[in-house]
Design a protein around this ligand. Structure first.
Ligand code: TXA
Ligand code: MG
Length: 350
């Protein structure tokens, strides 16, 4: 299959491109498109055979449910068995935006889309290309991140092309995404609302809007947790780079010194070593494969660059990567969640 890449200006949407993409969705085909978080791989959410094509293209296990993307709140109402009171509050505050809500599904949603589950994940993305595509197709669009299963999520169309070329008919290239890590997932089917995946929308932001406590799925916190994560996708080693990734945690000067020493040791043993640094520390490392993830004070930039850097290290055939730690105040938890998973929870405290 030939993959057509259509460039599309988010500030001035070309309706001809959107129409062409929407036709493919209506025919049950796949289209990759930008959202504000990461690129998604979309198909008609209410058609089993369309959902199945997503799993095939990604090489994704079929028990890992998809997020249904909508353009209007009523579309959530149309596929939910019941609409929890919190859903309206959260939608008013955060939609369109990087928040996914889990609700009980009704019979319209096929089990292919929900990976056999009785619940469905729903999100209204804050990206003009995504919203136009949903509106124009007249479909609800199931879309996981548009990467091959096991690779970092794509934050630009070129990443999608590397993973999906020849496997899908179309990629809408709307340029690099704004946020760079996947949406926060909140489960509204529990007595206490529960975060299944941390993201740009934090627990504090959710609690403030809901006026009640929000908990975090214990299954996603510890490496050796007895409990399995409730979101099936969080149990897979999702964001694994080819290299062995080790996070080094501690006071900056000590971290820099420790990483330099470890790098020298590995290099002496003939290994190809990379470093994930920040603008502030970049010059202080003595490996030729040092990449800055951004300024430490700029959390948004760190989130935005994370997956791109992991992909770049993959291309360089690096064997070991040492990374600084980024437990920054706001989205640090989301960043560390992704990094810890990529590192298989290897953390060195110095
Ligand atoms: O930002 C995002 O959410 C991006 C963009 C494209 O919207 N999408 C995304 O989808 O990250 P995906 O498929 O890569 O991740 C969806 C996660 C998986 O971990 C999946 O297991 C979980 O959501 N999930 C989906 N439906 C669920 C459900 N009914 N119950 C629990 N977890 C669910
Ligand atoms: Mg994904």
């Amino acid at each position: 299959m030939q993959t057509k890449v259509l460039k599309i200006n988010s500030a001035d949407i070309d309706n001809i491109c959107i129409k062409e993409a929407a036709k493919l969705i209506q025919k049950g085909e796949l289209v990759a498109f930008p959202t504000e978080t990461v690129y998604g791989l979309g198909a008609d959410a209410l058609r089993p055979e369309a959902a199945n094509k997503i799993y095939a293209a990604k090489g994704r296990p079929s028990d890992n449910p998809l997020i249904v993307h909508i353009a209007r709140f009523e579309e959530l109402v149309s596929i939910a068995k019941e609409v929890p009171k919190q859903a309206k509050l959260l939608a008013d505050a955060f939609w369109p935006g990087p928040l996914t809500m889990i609700v009980w599904k009704n019979e319209k949603v096929p089990y292919e889309t929900t990976g056999g589950m009785e619940t469905v994940a729903v999100r209204m993305p804050n990206h003009p290309v995504a919203l136009h595509l949903i509106e124009e197709s007249g479909c609800l669009i199931a879309a996981p991140s548009a990467n091959t299963s096991g690779k970092p999520s794509p934050t630009e169309a070129a990443h999608v092309a590397l993973d999906m070329d020849g496997r899908i008919p179309m990629i809408l290239d709307g340029g690099p995404v704004g946020i760079g890590i996947e949406s926060t997932i909140i489960d509204l089917t529990e007595r206490v609302p529960m975060i299944l995946r941390p993201g740009y929308i934090t627990r504090e932001m959710l609690e403030e809007v809901l006026g009640e406590e929000v908990c975090i799925d214990p299954g996603i916190i510890a490496a050796d947790s007895e409990r399995k994560p409730k979101a099936p996708g969080m149990k897979y080693k999702h964001y694994a780079p080819k290299a062995d990734l080790i996070l080094v945690e501690g006071q900056t000067d000590v971290v820099v010194e420790a990483i330099n020493r470890l790098v020298s040791e590995k290099q002496a043993a003939g290994q190809k070593v990379g470093i994930i640094a920040t603008d502030e520390t970049m010059e202080r490392y003595n490996s030729d494969c040092t990449m800055s993830i951004g300024a430490r004070s700029d959390e948004d930039a760190i989130a935005r660059h994370l997956y791109k850097i992991l992909r770049e290290f993959d291309d360089l055939d690096i064997e070991v990567i040492y990374s600084e730690s980024f437990a920054t105040p706001r989205i640090g938890q989301a960043i560390m969640n992704r990094l810890l998973k990529a590192a298989g929870h290897q953390v060195l405290t110095v």
